[in-house]
Design a protein around this ligand. Structure first.
Ligand SMILES: [Zn+2]
Length: 359
């Protein structure tokens, strides 16, 4: 099965193509495989030659966190209905409809998300299978029901409000899912089945959950495992992404966000440092006043009334400056305004000194 060729007309795959999941609590990983059952068995036993549609190992929880959400029903509109119509029109019109659906499914496949990849290949393969039947009308209904059941989970409200449904937002604890709950009321008995495989030769611990026509039982299986393990969903305080962790201590989802956070901290520090500059400027200004007053005191013949005036102005300056600094701390004044004022004040004392020199 070559996925690149999947969305054009070819001989259908007659075997069951299944979606398989292995959860690794210890490594906090999930492995998802899709393909023929026999190939998945090979893959689970470490055979690198297994021909799989996809085989990805990701962080635990990703399946639930990234699960396809399609409230507009695009899968139905652009993926399934054109193929259903193609089964009912004359053969000259078929290629156009196949192309439309093929383009949609290829795009979904190209995202490399295993859920989308599996659904895209299954939809196409069901179509190809249905084309083989003589009694196309009956077969086409069955085809639509089947792939409609598979993509139905994409329209589940679970994945529209996943923050509230997957976990308790206060505690972060994963929630158990019951297939009888509101979200799953539409699910037929047939679509609640899940298989558990224990394929391990070397490592008999491996438990592989497998579904075929419905994602619903996989969602329930996954959510219940996480809840049983007491794992917690956290929201990254940098990017807002949800991720799974052993405890709520983890506030940042990835190395990338950790770096972004460090950069942000540095920026905030620099901004604070810049704001504190006005204080330094004020202290320098005071020192400059004191120096000038001292020099005046030491200067022979410096007019006493001028000196008194300088001391007076300096006291007023300090008093006003303290008031303004308080305003800045209360965010009622910008540090820049204060610095501009300091700058103006420095010319006041210069004026007093120079006045006395003119005499
Ligand atoms: Zn993040």
């Amino acid at each position: 099965m070559k996925p690149e060729e999947s969305f054009v007309r070819h001989k259908p795959c007659g075997d069951r193509i299944v979606f398989a999941l292995v959860l690794d609590r210890r490594k906090m990983k999930e492995r998802i495989m899709a393909g023929k059952a026999s190939q998945i068995f090979l893959g689970l036993n470490g055979n690198l030659d297994a021909e799989l549609l996809c085989d990805v190992t990701r962080l635990l929880g990703t399946f639930l966190i990234d699960f396809e959400n399609d409230m507009q029903g695009d899968w139905n509109k652009f993926g399934i209905m054109p193929l259903y119509n193609a089964l009912h029109v004359n053969r000259w019109k078929q290629p156009e409809m196949e192309q439309q659906a093929g383009d949609f499914l290829r795009e979904k496949y190209a995202t490399l998300d295993p859920v989308r990849q599996y659904a895209a290949v299954r939809v196409w393969n069901e179509y190809l299978n249905t084309r083989e039947y003589r009694e196309r009308d009956a077969a086409s209904e069955q085809c639509v029901n089947r792939v409609g059941g598979l993509t139905a989970a994409f329209q589940s409200p679970v994945f529209q409000n996943r923050d509230q449904v997957l976990f308790d937002e206060d505690t972060g604890r994963a929630r158990r899912f019951e297939l009888s709950a509101d979200f799953f009321k539409q699910v037929s008995m047939e679509d609640t089945k899940i298989e558990l495989w224990y394929p391990g030769r070397e490592n008999s611990q491996t438990e592989c959950a497998v579904v075929y026509d419905s994602f619903y039982p996989m969602i329930a299986y996954y959510a219940n495992r996480l809840a049983d393990w007491g794992l917690k969903f956290c929201k990254c305080k940098v990017c807002g992404k949800i991720f799974l962790a052993e405890s709520l201590r983890y506030e940042i989802c990835s190395e990338k966000c950790r770096k972004a956070q460090a950069l942000q901290n540095k920026r905030e520090f620099d901004a604070r440092a810049r704001e504190n500059n006005y204080d330094l400027l004020y202290k320098n200004e005071c020192q400059s006043w004191r120096n000038k007053i001292k020099r005046a005191e030491r200067t022979e013949g410096f007019p006493a009334d001028r000196l008194l005036k300088m001391l007076e102005v300096f006291e007023t300056f300090k008093k006003v400056a303290l008031q303004k600094k308080k305003l800045i701390r209360e965010h009622k004044m910008l540090p820049q305004e204060f610095m501009d004022w300091l700058y103006q004040q420095s010319s006041v004392i210069m004026g007093l000194v120079e006045d006395s020199q003119k005499r």
